[in-house]
Design a protein around this ligand. Structure first.
Ligand code: C2E
Ligand code: CA
Ligand code: CA
Length: 638
C-alpha cells in the first residue's frame, strides 16, 4: 500500500525547528512556560506516533493487533492530553499566571480523565479504502468530543476575561484555536487525510513565536530579562504563594556614568555586572531599571544574604569596560516575598525608592524587614501629604523670636514652615519633609510659598507694630539653583510692598555642594536689592569658615550642637565655643546662638559677646497670632 507522509514530514520539520529554538533559549521560569514545555513534549510524542500509526496500518497484516492498538492508544491519548494542556495554557495566560482553585482544576481535567477511559478500554476499528486508511470507533470519537470541549472552554475563558489580556494575545490565542478547530473538522469529515499533526504544529509554532518566546523579554545589550519579564515572573511566583527572596543590586553612580559616557556605556556596565553575577548564581538576572539588577533567589534568607556578600566581594575592584576602569560600589536590598509584597507593582515601587535612596539604608546590604517596610510606608505617606499640602494651601509658618543682648529686646525672628495636617501620620518634622521636597523637586514651590507667606506677614500692620528689624527666612541651596529665584523673590517683595531690607535669608551650605554661578548671582542680586544673609547651622560639620569667603553673609548662626557641650562639664568640645565666638566676632560677623534653653546659657553667651539669642528659653516657634502677642507682651513688660 502506498504511504503518503508529506504532511507528517512537514509537521515534524516545523516541530523540530520550534523544539530546537525552545531548547536553546532560556525560558522565564513561569507556570505558563512550564505548561508550554509539557505541551511541546506531548506534541512530540503525538507527532511521532502519528507517523508510527500510519506505518502500523500500512503493515497491518504483519503486526500483532495489540501493537497496532497500543500505538493508536498513545497517539490518541497524547492528542487528548495535548488539547487539555493547551486549554490549561490558555487559562493560565488569561489569568496572568494565577493558578486555578483545586476544584476548578479538577473540573478542567474531567473531560480528559473521562476520555482516558475510552482510550484504555474503548473499541477501535481500522478501515482500509482505496484512498487510504484510518481508524475509527468510540476511542477516536471520544477524542473529538474532548477536543471540542477544551476548545470551547478556552473560548469561554477568552471571552469571559477578555479585559485581562492584551488584544494581540487574545488574537493569537483565538487564531490558534480557530486553526486547530478547522483542522479537526477537516479531519472529521475526511478521515483518510490524516492532517491532525499539521494542526498541532501550526498551533505550537503560533503560540511559541508570539507568546512563549523568551526573546521578547531579553535585553540584547545586557543579556538580562527586562522589566516586563520580571513583572511576569513575579506575578507568577506571587500567585503560587510559595516564599522566595529577591535580591536587588543598585549602582548609585549609574546616572553619572550615563551622563558622562552615554547610555550604551552605562548599559555595558550593567551587562558586565550581570556576567559577574552569572558566575555566582544560576538564577536568572533581571534588569527592571537602568541602575538596578534583580535576582529571584531559590535560597532561604541566609543563603540570599551570603550570595549578596559574595556579589559585593566580586564587585570590589574596578570593572574594565572598553579600556575604562569603572568602580561601581553597589548597594543590595534583600526582599522577602510574599511577606512584604503581594503585588509586583508594589515591589517595583520599593525598588525605585531604594535605588533613589529615598529611605535611608546606610549598610551595603539592606534586609527589607518590618522596620524598613515601616520607613518606606512612612516615606510614601509623608510624600503624599506634602504634595497635597503644597497644592492645597496646607503649609503654614511659625515664628521664633530672636533676642538682641545689647538692645535687650527682640530684633528679629525666624520663619519656620509646618504642614497643617497633623492627623494623618501625626506631626511631621520639617527636616523630614524638606529633605523629601528636595528629592522630589517640590522644594522650589515650597520655598515660593514660604516666601509669599513671609512677605504677607512682614507687610502686615501686626508685624510693623512689633518693631522687628527683619525676618529670617530659610533658603534651601537647591532653591538657589533656580536662575529666576532672585527675580521672583524681588517681584514678590514688590507686590507686597516689602522692603528687601526686612528679609534675611538663612542658607546651610553643604560641604559637598559646589557653589554654582547661578547661586552666587541670585544672592548678589538679592543683596543688591538690600536683603542680608545668614550662614545657618555653623558647627554641624556642613558649614565652616572657609566657605564664607565668597558668600555675602553678615550673620553666622551657631548651631546648638556647638552651644550645648559648653554647658556640659564632661564634654571635651567645651573649649570650642569661646574661641569660635571670638573668631567670628573679630571677623566682623554678627552671631546668632541657637538652641538657648536656660537663663544660665543666656547669661554666659551674653558675657561671651554673642549679639543674638534664639531658643526655647524665650519661646518655641509660635503661630502668627501667638507670636505677635508674645513679642508685644514682652516689650510691654520689659
Ligand atoms: P534650622 O534652620 O536650624 O531651625 C532651627 C530649628 O531648631 C527649628 O526646628 C527650631 O524649632 C529648633 N529650635 C529652636 N530653638 C530651640 C531650642 O532651644 N531647643 C531645641 N531643642 N530646638 C530649638 P524646626 O522648626 O523643626 O526646623 C528644623 C529645620 O527644618 C530647620 O532647621 C531648617 O533647616 C528646616 N526648615 C524649617 N523651615 C524651613 C523653610 O521654610 N525652608 C527651608 N528650606 N527649610 C526649613
Ligand atoms: Ca534656619
Ligand atoms: Ca539653624
Amino acid at each position: 500500500m502506498k504511504i503518503n507522509l508529506y504532511l507528517q514530514a512537514a509537521s515534524l520539520c516545523f516541530y523540530a525547528i520550534v523544539l530546537m529554538q525552545y531548547l536553546s533559549s532560556r525560558r522565564l521560569p513561569t507556570r505558563s512556560n512550564h505548561i508550554f514545555g509539557a505541551l511541546i513534549i506531548v506534541a512530540g510524542i503525538n507527532l511521532i506516533f502519528d507517523v508510527l500509526t500510519v506505518y502500523s496500518l500500512a503493515y497491518f497484516d504483519r503486526l500483532p493487533i495489540w501493537l497496532v492498538r497500543f500505538g493508536h492508544q498513545i497517539f490518541i491519548g497524547s492528542m487528548d492530553v495535548l488539547i487539555a494542556l493547551l486549554c490549561l495554557y490558555v487559562i493560565t495566560i488569561i489569568r496572568g499566571g494565577r493558578a486555578l482553585s483545586p476544584g476548578k482544576t479538577l473540573l478542567v481535567f474531567t473531560p480528559l480523565i473521562l476520555s482516558m477511559f475510552a482510550v484504555f478500554f474503548g473499541k477501535l476499528y481500522y478501515k482500509f479504502e482505496d484512498g487510504g486508511f484510518y481508524s475509527y470507533g468510540p476511542m477516536a470519537s471520544t477524542i473529538y468530543i474532548s477536543i471540542a470541549l477544551y476548545l470551547l472552554l478556552s473560548i469561554y475563558y477568552l471571552l469571559r476575561y477578555r479585559r485581562a489580556v492584551a488584544a494581540h494575545t487574545r488574537a493569537i490565542i483565538l487564531i490558534a484555536i480557530v486553526c486547530e478547530s478547522t483542522i479537526a473538522l477537516i479531519q472529521l469529515f475526511n478521515p483518510t487525510m490524516l492532517i491532525s499533526g499539521l494542526g498541532i504544529t501550526m498551533m505550537i509554532v503560533l503560540l511559541y513565536s508570539s507568546l512563549a518566546n523568551p526573546e521578547k523579554y531579553t535585553e540584547a545589550e545586557t543579556g538580562t530579562i527586562n522589566r516586563i519579564g520580571l513583572v511576569t515572573v513575579l506575578r507568577d511566583h506571587l500567585s503560587i504563594g510559595k516564599p522566595f527572596f529577591v535580591l536587588t543590586l543598585c549602582v548609585d553612580s549609574w546616572r553619572d556614568l550615563e551622563s558622562a559616557f552615554g547610555q550604551d556605556f552605562a548599559l555595558r556596565v550593567m551587562g558586565k555586572i550581570a556576567t559577574k553575577l552569572e558566575c555566582l548564581t544560576s538564577d536568572r538576572i533581571y534588569h527592571p531599571r537602568g541602575d538596578c539588577l534583580c535576582l529571584i533567589c531559590s535560597n532561604d534568607e541566609s543563603g540570599t544574604r551570603k550570595l549578596a556578600e559574595s556579589i559585593l566581594h566580586a564587585l570590589e575592584g574596578d570593572l574594565e569596560i572598553g579600556g575604562v576602569g569603572v568602580s561601581v560600589s553597589p548597594r543590595i536590598l534583600v526582599t522577602d516575598c510574599p511577606k512584604h509584597f503581594s503585588k509586583a507593582e508594589d515591589f517595583l515601587r520599593s525598588v525605585g525608592l531604594f535605588a533613589d535612596g529615598v529611605v535611608k539604608a546606610p549598610e551595603a546590604i539592606t534586609i527589607y524587614n518590618d522596620e524598613y517596610a515601616k520607613a518606606v510606608s512612612r516615606r510614601i505617606s509623608v510624600e503624599a501629604i506634602l504634595k497635597h499640602a503644597v497644592k492645597n494651601d496646607g503649609l503654614t509658618l511659625v515664628y521664633q523670636p530672636i533676642y538682641s543682648t545689647s538692645k535687650r529686646r527682640f530684633t528679629s525672628a525666624e520663619a519656620l514652615v509646618r504642614i497643617r495636617d497633623t492627623q494623618t501620620v501625626g506631626f511631621i518634622p520639617p527636616d523630614e519633609f524638606i529633605a523629601i521636597a528636595e528629592q522630589n523637586g517640590l522644594i522650589g514651590e515650597l520655598g515660593r510659598i514660604v516666601m509669599e507667606k513671609s512677605c504677607r506677614f512682614v507687610s502686615s500692620e501686626a508685624f510693623k507694630s512689633m518693631g522687628l528689624d527683619y525676618l529670617e527666612v530659610n533658603l534651601s541651596t537647591l532653591q538657589c539653583l533656580n536662575a529666576n529665584l532672585s527675580e521672583e523673590f524681588i517681584e514678590l517683595m514688590e507686590s507686597f510692598g516689602v522692603s528687601p531690607k526686612s528679609l534675611n535669608f538663612e542658607i546651610t551650605e553643604s560641604a559637598a555642594m559646589e557653589k554654582s554661578e547661578i547661586m552666587l548671582k541670585n544672592l548678589a542680586r538679592l543683596g543688591e536689592a538690600g536683603s542680608s544673609f545668614s550662614m545657618d547651622d555653623y558647627g554641624t560639620g556642613y558649614s565652616n569658615l572657609s566657605m564664607m569667603a565668597d558668600m555675602p553673609y553678615s550673620i553666622i548662626k551657631i548651631d546648638k550642637s556647638l552651644i550645648w557641650p559648653y554647658f556640659n562639664d564632661s564634654s571635651r568640645l567645651k573649649v570650642l565655643l569661646p574661641s569660635t565666638v571670638h573668631m567670628i566676632n573679630s571677623l566682623g560677623f554678627e552671631i546668632v546662638a541657637e538652641g538657648v534653653e536656660t537663663q544660665e546659657q543666656l547669661d554666659v553667651l551674653t558675657e561671651m559677646g554673642v549679639e543674638h539669642i534664639q531658643g526655647y528659653f524665650f519661646s518655641k516657634p509660635l503661630p502668627e497670632e501667638d507670636f505677635v502677642k508674645f513679642v508685644s507682651d514682652f516689650s510691654f513688660s520689659a
